[in-house]
Design a protein around this ligand. Structure first.
Ligand code: SF4
Length: 379
């Protein structure tokens, strides 16, 4: 009861959303980007809900311009739900290679399998039961694919709403109220149109550096009126990512390479990887040998920083060719042809690409014996 009263008060104190947001309808009609997953007619059901599901999974954490070629290749490779549902884990991970956040592709396939078996859910509650669909993605699919009046709030939409309503605190803390406030707009102007128009405005006009002079909502925008656009929404202090420094090793014996098979669960599920060793574990340079394991040659390239959401890795890439085979626990040898077909994360793929390029001639000799000893010892 208290919550209802609070929501009623809140809505009474806020302007009518359908009226306030009405200018985005002609703006979106005139300037919407042509995206391969976007339907031409926004007043009817989307002709391919599967395309909407694929695009929404790809767009989580990834920019539109990066997603477009991946989406097109994906739809050629898996044109409908059924073809994705029966594809092998290795195939789908390989097709996703480069997009990162591989949990998304596993969720996408699990959702496709569920839909192939039971059909599409008919409401938001049902969509929320599909693997990998949280409140945002489920509402985006509901509104864009099925014209259900379920407001989908992503980072772009939250930013726009926070500014036009002058919400000073974190707008995500008001997600329930904002969805309730927004719903009449979807009913008045069309769920698919409003959902996409809000996201488009957040992406193209009301970004971190807003272009208020080009904004269709400028005359109605509270933050613009009060001159506090730059301080809304409030900045959330994020936890500093852990920093690590590691060797990334491509080790070759004759025509075979040492790699770690995919884990079943966790962040790296479905992905093959090269051996890695944290830099701080290699401290016995004094014990260096001239040709450990029959070392034939070593190649190194300039390092790079690989950023993940909670971790930053300073990567030192190194390729070693040895003559004496060994097999540390958890690794196997694969031949050159198989190596190219294995799905790998972006970091490991980068080393694979460097193997066919010239190494750096300015790199100091790496502690090869120490590295191999640690690897064989499993530390
Ligand atoms: S007027 Fe400026 S701050 Fe307000 S919604 Fe438009 S771009 Fe964003």
């Amino acid at each position: 009861m208290l919550l209802v009263l609070y929501l009623e008060n809140l809505q009474m104190s806020r302007p009518d959303s359908a009226e306030l947001l009405a200018p985005i309808v002609p703006w979106f009609k005139a300037g919407a980007r042509k995206l391969p997953w976007r339907a031409l007619d926004l007043d009817v059901l989307h002709p391919d809900p599967y395309a909407v599901l694929v695009s929404e999974q790809m767009l989580q954490q990834t920019q539109v311009n990066t997603v477009i070629p991946y989406f097109q290749r994906w739809m050629n490779r898996y044109p409908e739900l059924g073809s994705l549902a029966i594809a092998s884990s290795e195939e789908i991970h390989k097709s996703w290679e480069g997009l990162g956040y591989y949990r998304r592709v596993r969720h996408l396939q699990a959702a496709a399998q569920q839909i192939a078996q039971h059909g599409w859910p008919t409401d938001l509650k049902g969509l929320l039961q599909l693997p990998g669909l949280g409140p945002y993605t489920a509402a985006a699919v509901a509104s864009i694919a099925f014209q259900l009046p379920e407001p989908a709030l992503d980072g772009n939409a939250y930013r726009v709403l926070a500014r036009i309503l002058g919400i000073v605190k974190d707008p995500k803390k008001e997600s329930i109220e904002l969805r309730t406030w927004l719903k009449p707009t979807l009913l008045a102007h069309g769920p698919s149109r409003v959902t996409q128009a809000l996201m488009e405005l957040g992406a193209l006009v009301c970004g971190p550096n807003p272009k208020c002079s080009a904004c269709p909502l400028a005359t109605n925008c509270e933050a613009h009126r009060r001159g506090v656009v730059q301080s809304i929404p409030m900045r959330i202090t994020r936890t500093k990512p852990t920093e690590v420094e590691l060797w990334l090793l491509a080790i070759q014996v004759q025509n075979h390479w040492l790699v770690r098979p995919p884990a079943e669960n966790g962040l790296l599920a479905g992905l093959w990887s090269w051996p890695t060793l944290a830099l701080d574990t290699i401290n016995d340079l004094a014990a260096e040998e001239p040709q450990p394991y029959g070392l034939v040659r070593w190649r190194a390239w300039p390092g790079w920083t690989q950023a993940y959401s909670h971790r930053r890795e300073k990567v030192l890439p190194l390729a070693l060719q040895v003559e004496v085979p060994f097999e540390p626990a958890g690794f196997i040898w694969v031949d050159q042809d198989s190596l190219k077909t294995l799905p790998m994360g972006r970091r490991d793929q980068q080393l694979l690409e460097r193997l066919s390029t010239s190494p750096s001639d300015k790199t100091e000799a790496p502690p090869i014996a120490g590295l191999l000893r640690r690897l064989v010892a499993g530390s």
